[in-house]
Design a protein around this ligand. Structure first.
Ligand code: NI
Length: 226
């Protein structure tokens, strides 16, 4: 289940990200790579303990908190402090799966990476290549979104970033431990929530709105780990 979440950051917040990132000290992206992914990872990253990463990360966390689509699609239990990467021409990240469990360099956090997120900071026309390609049971899906938009996808998926052939691609990425560990249950709850929202928009007085809302919460109560 890949979900496109538009306008996670406002244009001003995107601008602030770019400003801070321009002046930041970038490190080799392999600082957070696992054993397999370090062989295919060629990009730059802000170190987890860099003050720039913390400032921008906090801004992203606040933006997630006000985003109902993120809440519905991910059902977050804990969000890893957001990280930031950059791909210049020639850089790429070959096919890999993210580590199942992640600890942070300074924050006392250890999470299971149920959901991966990529929040685009560059505009798509500012670079060529740099598509995020995610493989699921229905084939490959690629994403290259407007600045401020985000894609979320299951942490269980193999994925890659195609080589950049022009310009630079900067993005924010992070993982979330979901209250719903199982991807198919999470997808069902998301579909149900979207259906309830559609129904209550078109037929707000329909008694099924209350009934279905009750079903949603009772499923969540059965499945959620909090
Ligand atoms: Ni990855």
């Amino acid at each position: 289940m890949m979900v496109h979440i538009p306008n996670v950051l406002t244009p001003d917040e995107v601008e602030r990200c770019r400003e801070v990132m321009q002046k930041a000290g970038w490190a080799d992206g392999r600082i957070t790579a696992g054993h397999q992914s370090e062989k295919v990872k060629f990009n730059l990253q802000l170190p987890e303990d860099a003050p720039e990463a913390r400032e921008l990360g906090d801004m992203v966390l606040k933006a997630l908190g006000r985003n109902p689509l993120f809440m519905s699609a991910v059902l977050p239990q804990q969000v890893f402090p957001p990280l930031f990467n950059r791909y210049d021409a020639g850089m790429t990240f070959g096919s890999h799966v993210d580590n199942a469990v992640r600890s942070h360099a300074i924050a006392p956090i250890r999470i299971r990476t149920d959901v991966s997120s990529t929040l685009f900071i560059s505009e798509p026309e500012d670079y060529d290549g740099g598509e995020l390609v995610v493989e699921d049971t229905y084939g490959s899906h690629s994403a290259k979104l407007p600045a401020g938009d985000m894609i979320v996808y299951p942490g269980t998926s193999l994925h890659n970033v195609t080589p950049i052939t022009r310009g630079s691609r900067v993005a924010c990425f992070f993982w979330t431990q979901s209250m719903i560990r199982d991807v198919s249950k999470r997808a069902l709850l998301f579909d149900l929530d979207m259906s309830i929202m559609g129904l209550s928009r078109d037929h707000p007085e329909h008694p099924s709105v209350v009934q279905l809302t009750s079903v949603y919460h009772n499923l969540l109560r059965q499945w959620a780990e909090v």
